[in-house]
Design a protein around this ligand. Structure first.
Ligand SMILES: *Cc1c(COP(=O)(O)O)cnc(C)c1O
Length: 448
């Protein structure tokens, strides 16, 4: 099978920065200013549909942290995906976007007390929320709060994948209960809580070269599920005479890669799905497979628009200064991430970019950090002051990682729905930068 059979409604396997319509982006940038994120909800829908087509019998949970915008969450909910949340703030947003408790999963990684208090409070009204836990202390802290509801055990499978060491979680000791203790911890958790699932997330970046570590993780999770649900069928396991547990699912995490480089092939989702099903093996009756894609749902649905404000020839090449930097898009500075960049043109009186010669340039932002570059020595249609640049595949972990370093207000974001542009998050103002500061008139300096 290939993606072709679903191409009509699920769209192509990737949308490249070259596929966006330059005229439409010009208009949006002219109206809303730059730096500006543009997120296309139609593409989000296509990505959800492709995932559901490839994994028809799995629970698909959107990892909300990739993009938490309200309209994105609503779009994903309408497309039938659940929400996987990493903090109280994300749970709050998912609830506001209309996800019911049974479609809400909260993954507690060293959770602050405030977050646990909030989520335990929520479960009074929404008892179907599931809390995914990766440490015995977290189970104890939930029990101390009187919680005895739905729990999923996060397991550290000891294998990892990822495009950068900072996002490889599968083998990082921070995440999950070590694999060789997982069965024992699961059994004791089931005595105190309603244990409904087991979970592992290998980190971000399942790509065609890394299917082996994905397979390995999934294999281990399938084995653990069988050991817990059908303990007698396993020989030599620590829980040979343990009582069978009643799990609803095995969640094998997210990390589905997208091709950032223009010539990188898109992930073959059907191949990943086949490899996943084969690796997980026969699951006991009533146990479903679950996946948690974040990036894949939203990454290629977004671009970041920036405007060229300086073009400086130097002995080390041409430096193109733009109004977007690492405070708007952190991934290049933090992960050495590659994002495709396209010159959309727009400088007054200049020829169209495709009629200009390609020049190697470094694109740099306005922040006082050497790392504040969006690309180095990349060949672009010769940029001229006043041109708009589109930075591609920025819909995941783009706006979400934006920050106010250098007292830079965060950028605005526009969503496209059936081609209609709506402002989704307004540009922050200089006043926004100081609203949380204690002032003379504010005796506490605190908010709720
Ligand atoms: C971040 C995260 C995901 C999603 O990762 P992607 O690379 O965006 O697909 C899934 N599950 C958990 C627990 C995560 O922390």
């Amino acid at each position: 099978m290939s993606d072709d059979d679903a191409a009509s409604s699920a769209g192509p396997p990737v949308r490249r920065v070259s596929d966006w319509e330059a005229g439409a982006l010009h208009e949006i940038a002219a109206e809303h200013g730059t730096p500006l994120y543009v997120q296309d909800l139609d593409r989000v829908r296509e990505n959800c549909e492709r995932l559901r087509n490839a994994f028809p019998d799995a629970d698909v949970r959107y990892a909300v942290k990739a993009h938490t915008g309200r309209s994105v969450l609503e779009t994903v909910r309408e497309a039938g995906l659940d929400a996987e949340c990493a903090s109280a703030g994300e749970v709050d947003r998912a609830l506001a976007a209309g996800f019911d408790g049974e479609r809400l999963h909260y993954t507690a990684v060293n959770p602050p007390a405030r977050d646990l208090d909030y989520v335990v409070g929520i479960t009074a009204a929404e008892p179907a929320v599931t809390v995914t836990v990766g440490a015995v202390d977290t189970l104890d802290r939930l029990a101390e709060r009187g919680y005895d509801g739905r729990i999923c055990l996060r397991v550290n499978p000891g294998v990892g994948a990822g495009h950068h060491e900072k996002v490889r979680t599968g083998a990082a000791a921070k995440f999950g209960v070590p694999y060789d203790r997982a069965a024992e911890v699961a059994r004791s958790a089931a005595d105190r809580f309603n244990l409904v699932g087991i979970h592992a997330h290998a980190g971000s970046g399942i790509d065609p070269d890394q299917l082996d570590s994905h397979r390995e993780l999934v294999t281990r999770m399938g084995e653990l599920a069988r050991e817990l649900v059908e303990p007698r069928a396993e020989t030599g396991s620590a829980g040979g005479d343990a009582r069978p547990l009643d799990l609803d699912y095995v969640d094998v995490g997210g990390g589905f890669g997208v091709p950032y480089e223009e010539d990188a092939p898109p992930l073959d989702l059907h191949a990943v799905a086949d490899a996943t099903r084969e690796a997980v093996g026969p699951l006991p009756a009533g146990v479903d497979l679950a996946i948690e894609p974040g990036r894949y749902v939203v990454a290629d649905a977004g671009v970041l628009l920036a405007r060229v404000n300086t073009v400086k020839p130097t002995p080390d090449g041409t430096v193109v200064g733009v109004d977007a930097g690492m405070t708007d898009l952190l991934r290049p500075a933090m992960y050495d991430a590659y994002h495709p960049i396209r010159n959309l043109g727009g400088a007054a009186g200049a020829t169209a970019p495709d009629e200009r010669p390609a020049t190697p340039v470094t694109v740099a932002g306005p922040i006082c950090e050497t790392g504040d570059t969006l690309c180095k020595n990349r060949s672009l249609a010769d940029p001229i002051r006043g041109d708009f640049l589109a930075v591609g595949i920025t819909g995941a972990y783009g706006y979400e990682m934006a920050n106010q370093y250098n007292s830079r207000p965060r950028p605005a974001e526009v969503t496209l729905d059936d081609g209609m542009a709506t402002i989704a998050r307004r540009r922050e103002t200089l006043t926004d930068l100081t609203t949380v500061e204690r002032t003379e008139n504010d005796s506490t300096g605190e908010s709720r």
